[in-house]
Design a protein around this ligand. Structure first.
Ligand code: AMP
Length: 421
């Protein structure tokens, strides 16, 4: 074993698992196409300012969790902790406001947060991220929620819970903040130390604190929904109506305030009972103030991010189908130096014809080669020995039926082509 190990909180996604991830990405990209979202690849690091301004100085992500360093040019750089800020930066920087609105983008990739690692929570984790930028229409919020659920439905996930809330906007939130402060004032001394800290700077965050005492103290806290301005209330009603129209089951969760400051109006989360403490599979909402916060023109937007590790974990827990495991079509087996050379040629012909194929490069016995063929799930073994060399043929063995036939290479390719499913 190497004495250098991977850092705490990161994981190698080994081949035994990566094929499951490939299935999640494939289904996501199909759903993206269905819903008119186009894929975008964004940088893994950005100027620190993008996140401190776009995510919010008082959030846990910015205060405690960012991987920030000074590069060799003296710039402060941060490994992205999330994607919405980069998406909006790219929208602004590339003049996407001139395109048909909303601009619908999706991306998948690793995010970085210095959090305490535990099951389902890592320091490098992957997200599927979908964003619709440029419109305020509540139907766009509904489309985003429905899109996330469509991905989960096609992956076969069951028993997911959809929770929604509205976090208001700069018009109604300040007054609601005061209402929450007034409500909590008599209990201030009993809140956990983080929440005492949040009381002045970001009191809404106290509502989603996981500390049991804070939870109990906020049980009867006033709901944001009772303190929305007319515009936010109308928007929320539009979202509720749209979700009912599409038969999406949901419940309202007044504790759903999201950790990020730029969220306005709709906030939502999808939870799985099969995940334990880290039970959020996906979270999202509207962020109409993000573009301005990062120095752009006011631009509304709505989106979600879903955690790939948590999707795969939930699918495994629920015994969901990941599709067929990648297997070899044809394993080329040979005995003797000369036939090995011929086998190498045959291997190339098979690959060029589009069959996934492999062979042994260790001069192992035929028996050992057949064993590998079995382990790799090969449908056929193509055997080349002295006899085959002489007659310029190969022996093709069907691994399921055990039947074998002697064929020229041309006939082999023709036969495999017909057998291809
Ligand atoms: P957030 O950007 O915090 O709203 O997170 C969106 C989704 O990303 C969550 O619902 C999780 O599925 C996933 N996620 C967030 N943080 C982590 C983490 N540290 N490790 C694994 N998945 C995460």
């Amino acid at each position: 074993m190497s004495s250098i190990k991977a850092p705490r909180g990161v994981r190698d996604i080994l081949p035994a698992e990566s094929w499951k991830w490939a299935h999640v990405f494939k289904v996501s990209s199909e759903v993206a196409r269905n819903f008119g979202y186009r894929e975008i690849h964004l940088p893994v690091f950005e100027h620190t300012e993008l996140f401190s301004r776009g995510v919010g100085e008082t959030t846990d992500v910015v205060e405690k969790e960012m991987y920030t360093f000074t590069d060799r040019g003296g710039r402060s750089i941060t490994l992205r902790p999330e994607l919405s800020a980069s998406m909006v930066r790219s929208y602004l920087e590339n003049g996407m406001a001139r395109q048909q609105q909303p601009v619908k983008l999706w991306s998948a990739g690793p995010m970085f947060r210095y959090e305490r690692p535990q099951k389902g929570r890592y320091r490098q984790f992957w997200q599927l991220d979908f964003e619709a930028i440029g419109l305020q229409n509540p139907h766009v919020d509904v489309e985003v929620i429905d899109l996330s659920l469509e991905i989960f439905r096609r992956l076969g996930l069951r028993g997911l819970e959809v929770k929604i809330n509205s976090v208001g906007c700069p018009v109604c939130r300040p007054a609601y903040r005061d209402v929450i402060r007034d409500f909590l004032k008599p209990h201030l001394g009993r809140l956990c130390s983080s929440c005492q800290d949040r009381y002045d700077r970001n009191p809404l965050r106290i509502l989603d604190c996981k500390n049991p005492e804070c939870k109990a103290l906020t049980e009867d806290a006033p709901r944001t929904l009772d303190h929305l301005c007319d515009e936010c209330r109308e928007h929320f009603e539009g979202v509720e109506k749209g979700l009912r129209l599409l038969d999406v089951e949901f419940s309202i969760d007044k504790r759903l305030v999201r950790g990020l400051d730029y969220y306005t109006k709709t906030a939502y989360e999808v939870l799985s009972g099969d995940l334990g403490a880290q039970n959020a599979v996906c979270g999202g909402g509207r962020y109409d103030n993000l573009a301005e916060a990062i120095g752009g023109k006011p631009t509304p937007g709505v989106g979600f991010a879903a955690g790939v590790e948590r999707i795969v974990l939930t699918m495994e827990q629920q015994g969901c189908d990941f599709g067929p495991q990648p297997a070899i079509d044809v394993y080329v087996a040979s005995a003797g130096d000369e036939s090995r050379t011929r086998a190498f040629e045959v291997l190339q012909m098979l690959r060029r014809a589009g069959f996934s194929s492999d062979m042994d490069f260790q001069n192992r016995s035929l028996k050992a080669q057949f064993k590998t063929a079995n382990n790799t799930g090969a449908d056929y073994v193509c055997v080349i020995g002295d006899e085959e060399l002489q007659s310029k043929t190969v022996t093709l063995k069907d691994m399921e039926s055990g039947e074998q036939q002697s064929l020229t290479m041309e006939e082999t390719l023709e036969f495999l082509e017909k057998a291809r499913v």
